[in-house]
Design a protein around this ligand. Structure first.
Ligand SMILES: [Zn+2]
Length: 586
């Protein structure tokens, strides 16, 4: 049986309710089983994928609660996960494709039982010689929890008792000289490990990346190691959780630069915060709801949270994977993507085209090739925008362009980042963004040294005029640190407009801009950095005197939103001069 395919069928039929990210992963993975990407070195082997399922269902019993002593039976979402994680193997090597499974789901959705079972399988059933299996967590008692669950499962199974020994601090499997033990961040020494498998449980509590980094490094000598990360969301969001969550989210959506086929991200969460009051959406964050997790208990919790604001954060975080201190994302995922791009045919027709359109030029049916958006827009008046940053953040220059009798808003952007900052990201092993790739694609300039050279920003605006005859009539910016740059721009004849940062300036243009993104009227040739910045943007809402005002903020401290702010500054100037600008369209 192909469980991922069965699960996807149920998702499509609506009998399994999942988050956008989970659905996207299963759509992609199942499509690859039939049509793998060119030169994909892996093949999906259903039987290999069923090994751990059969092993755990045969040898492991529930060790506590109402099912204690009863044989373990996986739900569909678990079978799909396990078969996916274990079934993809190298065509030539036979080694597993996935190295890391990142699983986020609500509390009481069967995390510890599943993890303990998988750890036992990796000890006894995976065939690795001298395997070192670690149940890890931030704290010793959490690590022991999973380990103890495995010990109890062993205790209840005559077969596992026969083939393994329980020693003082580990379970030993003499046939392959393999062992399993608990390990935590507060363990004094973690040197000399050679891990084949580690589980990292409830890692939202991890205040540092120490355990994760040490364990990943300790796997370097293994041929098919596996990291099994499983957690609810956290009330205290520390850097490691945010890093891992953001990275896994990008991989789930297969965002450009994040195409990591060694990581399997399964993020069960509500797609938007207000879904916590919609029972039909609850399963998005709680796979196995009504089967593993009690629907009745969840209902009681939600009713209590509606009456007691002090209890609400716990329910949002632990049952719905929304951290209490999180801010609301500005736009849903889909609004950030616009697949319409500029093309040209061999007869010189410039057209907009998206993959959903029929093939060929709509005017003469000739073959189309992609073209630079700046070429497509040559000879236009524009509104400029800029967000300047010195060191950490991105600097972004924008041009917003309208054309006569055309409802679209076109956006050209270029980004700048100091070289030292790119090196820091690379050295720090932080998976922030694929800056080098974006530079190679021509979307970004990496400036030598430790700060951005604003003269290069000026040069970009000048080039757009010289090369494409695209002239900004006004350029909006918001930073005091603009300094000499503004004077330099004025010397070139640009009309610079400084806007005060904040909700008074930004509420109106931000609402309009959000509407245009949602209506797919903003065309940037799907600029990967703009898309990334828009996705990173959260909305800070203030309600003075009952009038909602908003401004953009980062959804997490290590994310960048400068491309969105740069465009917002352009829109602020646009709405200040809308009628006048519209007279100049050509
Ligand atoms: Zn044509």
């Amino acid at each position: 049986m192909n469980w991922p395919r069965e699960y996807l069928k149920a998702i499509r039929a609506g009998t399994e309710i999942v988050s956008t990210k989970v659905k996207t992963v299963y759509e992609r993975e199942v499509a690859w089983m039939e049509n793998p990407p060119g030169d994909f070195p892996f093949v999906f082997d259903e039987e290999r994928g069923e090994d751990p399922i059969c092993f755990i269902e045969e040898f492991c019993n529930h060790s506590k609660g109402r099912w204690s002593g009863k044989p373990f039976r996986f739900e569909l979402f678990q079978k799909a996960k396990l078969q996916l994680a274990f079934g993809w193997v190298g065509k030539e090597t036979g080694h597993r494709r996935f190295r890391e499974i990142v699983d986020i789901r609500g509390r009481k959705c069967g995390k510890s039982t599943e993890t303990a079972g998988v750890a036992l399988y990796m000890l006894v059933g995976d065939g690795e010689g001298g395997a070192e299996i670690y149940c890890t967590a931030n704290k010793k008692d959490q690590a022991n929890l999973i380990f103890q669950e495995a010990v109890n499962m062993r205790q209840q199974s005559p077969t596992l008792r026969n083939v393994t020994n329980k020693r003082q601090s580990d379970i030993f499997f003499p046939a392959t000289m393999s062992s399993m033990k608990a390990l935590a961040a507060d363990t004094k020494t973690m040197d000399g490990l050679n891990a084949h498998f580690f589980s990292l449980d409830e890692w939202h509590e991890a205040r540092t990346r120490k355990v994760y980094d040490v364990m990943i490094q300790s796997q370097s000598a293994r041929e098919q190691p596996l990291a099994w990360l499983i957690s609810t969301n956290g009330r205290v969001r520390e850097l490691f959780f945010d890093d891992m969550y953001n990275y896994a989210s990008h991989v789930a959506m297969w965002d450009q630069g994040f195409e990591d086929y060694r990581v399997l991200p399964l993020i069960y969460e509500l797609d938007s915060r207000d879904e916590w009051e919609k029972p039909e959406c609850w399963a998005k964050a709680n796979p196995g709801l009504g089967k593993i997790k009690s629907l009745e208990t969840l209902k009681i919790n939600v009713e209590k949270a509606k009456k007691d604001p002090n209890f609400l954060p716990t329910v949002l975080t632990k049952d719905f994977n929304i951290p209490e201190n999180s801010v609301e994302r500005w736009l849903p995922y889909e609004a950030c993507v616009n697949e319409t791009e500029s093309y040209i045919c061999e007869n010189g027709h410039k057209v907009l085209w998206s993959p959903s359109d029929d093939d060929g030029c709509p005017e003469c049916k000739a073959v189309l090739k992609p073209t630079l958006l700046a070429e497509h827009l040559a000879k236009s008046y524009a509104i400029g925008g800029c967000d300047l940053s010195a060191t950490t953040d991105l600097t972004c220059a924008s041009l917003l362009i309208c054309k006569p009798n055309d409802p679209n808003y076109y956006v050209l952007q270029h980004y700048f980042l100091p070289d030292s900052r790119v090196k820091d990201v690379e050295d720090g092993n932080a998976q922030e963004a694929p800056y080098r790739l974006w530079k190679d694609q021509g979307h970004m300039t990496i400036c030598e040294g430790a700060t951005v050279d604003y003269r290069q920003v000026t040069q970009w605006f000048v080039d757009m005029v010289k090369l494409y005859d695209i002239r900004p009539l006004w350029i909006g910016y918001d930073r005091a640190l603009a300094g000499y740059w503004v004077e330099e721009m004025q010397e070139y004849g640009f009309d610079m407009e400084r806007w005060a940062q904040g909700p008074i300036t930004w509420t109106y243009p931000m609402k309009r801009m959000g509407g245009l993104f949602t209506e797919k009227k903003i065309i940037s040739n799907n600029h990967p950095i703009l898309r990334w910045c828009v996705r990173n943007t959260a909305k800070k809402t203030l309600n003075p005197n009952g009038i909602e005002s908003i401004q953009p903020v980062k959804a997490a401290s290590n994310l960048r939103i400068d491309g969105m702010v740069s465009l917002l500054n352009a829109f602020t100037s646009y709405y200040a001069h809308e009628d006048e600008y519209r007279n100049y369209l050509r």
